[in-house]
Design a protein around this ligand. Structure first.
Ligand code: IMP
Length: 439
């Protein structure tokens, strides 16, 4: 895998953390390129559970270089908290194995306050954000009023820039949202000393990653959220504020798109979504509840119950094509172990028109009528299976049926949260290149 991008192919929460942890064994450099602490990548290693929000999942492997690229919205308090948490659990973290882009934008308290106030302001039209300040931080980046990590390294410059930012944000908080203003002194006290703590990690990460690649090191780009939450290609406005797939790598890591040789999507054997917005194959009945309980579908970042439903072939074909996926990994197959019948969304009807492809141009996906096909369940425990041939015949039929419908090879399956609960697979659709992932 000289340069591989792994991305979420649904609405986030596809189990990327665990897969990236497995693939990181074969990589030298692991890079986050977008999103921020809205993500929550759960990795269970050696019986310990690690939930990483900002730091790449590769940090759990000794000897790897982990990079937070310029496209990430960095909450410095969360970053340092995560560093401390990892160290407390015995993981080595320092400026040699963790790098932070000096030109990444910083999330401050005012971004979080405005994120949350904005949600209240939108009322029924709220997005259901994680409240982590992601959207307001990216908005400031685009407005060219944001502060970057490197600004925190110079206390005088930092003071000036934070003061200017707060003057505007306090006007917005008080006049528009009717909230109390933030005190400049308090905010300076909270953030000023952090620059020195960040300094050992900070550098020109884009140049560092390109140099590593040119030196023959294997680079793994770790997407956060999912393709259907992409700011440009997702279900706007119910999306996050970054380009979540392979489309985000070039800008968010300073790595030329044509250097990426492998793109791998991750998707669950069913679908979930947190927050508001279209989710055509959502199951509002008993099956949705069963999936939630069987899959423990509660947010790693916010604890919110996830909306649950069936695998959506149209959304999947769309997201894999959009991001140029060579192959994909199906996660949480075991969650369907107890289902007698498994449904799959195979076409839509909108305003009397039939759709076999994701109707991207439609603004009102709430009116979509979903046509399902179904397959009999396997009603057996798959969590101990490690070889594809050992899966129950009906589970293999389900996997191969979905693969044919989607038209992109499934190169691996995941059958539980643990590191080793992985089933590698040679696809009959052809082998996606260099997806050894150490298994
Ligand atoms: P934001 O990224 O906090 O602005 O939230 C925007 C939308 O993206 C909301 O629907 C969130 O629930 C969703 N979202 C953000 N991060 C994640 C994630 O890591 N997994 C799943 N959904 C997410």
């Amino acid at each position: 895998m000289p340069a591989t991008c792994v991305f979420g192919a649904q609405w986030g929460d596809e189990g990327k953390g665990k897969i990236i942890d497995a693939m990181a064994r074969d990589a030298d450099v692991i890079v986050r390129y977008q999103g921020g602490a809205n993500a929550g990548h759960t990795v269970i290693a050696g019986g310990a559970k690690h939930v990483l929000h900002l730091i790449p999942s590769g940090i759990l492997h000794p000897g790897k270089l982990n990079v937070i690229g310029n496209g990430v919205a960095v909450d410095p308090l969360k970053f340092l908290e995560e560093v401390d948490g990892l160290r407390a659990r015995g993981v080595r973290v320092d400026g040699t194995n963790l790098r932070l882009a000096g030109n990444a934008h910083v999330i401050f308290e005012h971004h979080k306050r405005i994120d949350q106030a904005g949600e209240r302001w939108r009322g029924d039209g709220r997005i259901g954000t994680t409240g982590r300040g992601i959207g307001p931080c990216y908005a400031d980046k685009a407005s060219r009023t944001g502060l970057r990590v490197s600004d925190m390294l110079d206390p005088q410059r930092f003071r000036q820039r934070l003061q200017a930012a707060l003057a505007e944000k306090n006007a917005q908080l008080t006049a528009v949202h009717g909230e109390s203003a933030l005190s400049l002194d308090e905010q300076l006290a909270r953030y000023t000393g952090l620059g020195e703590k960040l300094r050992p990690f900070v550098g020109d990460t884009a140049a560092e990653v390109r140099r590593a690649f040119k030196d023959g090191r294997r680079v793994l780009f770790e997407g956060a959220q999912g393709a259907m939450l992409d700011i440009d290609h997702g279900t706007y406005p119910f999306v996050t504020s970054s380009n979540t797939g392979s489309d985000g790598v070039a800008a968010g890591a300073g790595f030329p798109a044509k250097w990426i040789q492998n793109v791998v999507g991750i998707a669950k054997a069913y679908c979930t979504r947190v927050g508001e917005g279209p989710f055509p194959s959502e199951d509002h009945g008993a099956d949705g509840v069963r999936i939630r309980e069987a899959g423990n579908e509660y947010g790693a970042t916010t604890g919110r119950p996830r909306r649950c439903g069936w695998f959506d072939v149209l959304a999947m074909r769309y997201s894999l094509e959009l991001n140029g996926a060579d192959g994909w990994i199906m996660t949480n197959l075991d969650v369907l172990d107890g289902f007698e019948q498994i449904k799959v969304a195979t076409s839509y009807e909108v305003g009397g028109r039939h759709h076999d492809e994701w109707p991207g141009a439609l603004t009102n996906l709430a009116d979509v009528k979903v046509r399902y096909e179904s397959a009999p369940g396997w009603l057996a425990d798959t969590t101990k299976v490690r070889r594809y041939a050992d899966l129950p015949a009906r589970a293999r039929s389900y996997v191969e049926w979905i693969e044919r419908l989607v038209g992109v090879p499934i190169v691996m399956l995941s059958v539980g949260p643990d590191r080793d609960q992985i089933v590698p697979r040679e696809s009959t659709l052809g082998r996606a290149t260099a997806l050894s992932a150490g298994v």
